[in-house]
Design a protein around this ligand. Sequence first.
Ligand code: CA
Ligand code: CA
Length: 447
Amino acid sequence: MSAAMAVAGALIISGPAGASPNPLADPAAQTARTPLERQILSQGNGWASEGTGTTGGAAAEDSNVYDVSTKAELLAAFTNAGSQAKIVRVHGTIDANTAPDGSPLTCENYAEGTGYSLEQYLQAFHPASYGLSQKPVGPQEDARRLAAAKQAKSIRWDIPSNTTIVGATPESSISGAALRINGATNVIVRNLTVRDAADCFPSWDPTDGAEGNWNSEYDLLQVINKATNVWIDHSEFTDAPNLDSSQPHYFGRQYQVHDGAVDVTNGSDLVTMSFNRFSDHDKLLLIGSTDSLTRGDPGKLRVTIHHNVFENVGQRAPRVRFGQVDVYNNHFKVTEDSTIPYGYTLGAGFESHLHAEANAFTLPAGIDAANIIGRFKGTAITTIANAVNGEITDLRAEYNAAAVPADQLAADDSWTPTLRTQVHPAQAVPGLLHKSTGPIFTAGGEG
Ligand code: CA
Ligand code: CA
């Protein structure tokens, strides 16, 4: 009996025998035969299933299905047909740092005509002469901003509302782009590899920390400006092959060319991240970028993060402000040969409501369970049935045992997550996720 027939008297799907049921008419009719790019988020699968739900471009007319293999084709697909439902299938590697004719654009190309040179920038703001008390001001900073604006125009791409974007082949990836879901709604990103949103023009901030820091502008995918209903699934986010560890140090500090991997900010809401692979990245998932009460964040920034693998990640996995964020059944792997210094995993920021349940942590000697939580003005966190190196461990108790009184975290009894698929025991998670995260290319294309 089909799912449609089960709804007695309520729904009749007519048509030739063997026709695919329409999952938009009846979500329960979505089957393994529904092509990946036509699938929608199931009811109850995390915060993105709340409100109007997340269907992306599943309803696209055939004329709004785009197979793209160049930057120009991809950007045309995003622009065509406004906010009508659309499906974008990415073939091969699309490099954002390319000219309209497809030729590569280098950092030097962006800097041409601006007067910027890294050598002169380093001379102008060397702490020995410029000090550490004020942010860079002067001709080289102006030139850096001009050059940065040229790169931003080239690599910052907005995915429109009602879109599903998928990788079409195992070779599919988008490289060098700063993807955004910018004020848009109802977007699905699946089966896609997104790598290395390197900033050609990091800015030196002498006032960031005790010794100053190099900061960059671009996230691999930014969910920003009241974007809602976003499902990010079976995708890969990584800096590879351009690892932080391959970058130089200037003024004794890492020349950081990356910012976030997937950041959710500025009043955005209702996001589900499932079965993704996050690797080789420092500041990973920032949920909420300010403690300000006036920027639309209170009551928003609700995100579900489940069944993802995190490997060689430094911090913010996630770091939360305001939002009710459900983190369950993920595997966080820190190994002896991690090239990125490990800071913490779960960041309890201002007014945060983090619920971490049945996650698995694999930690090397020298990093213990007390390191997993970081506190950034948060007051509470719920941790239940997580495993560290295979042993069920009370993460909050471990954290509190090592923290000074002012940094203690209470249990967060303000909410209980309900929008969940099956919750597996933490010890089963590494095996379960070993081969099931990241882009998938099975014959039938099912999820
Ligand atoms: Ca930043
Ligand atoms: Ca960011």
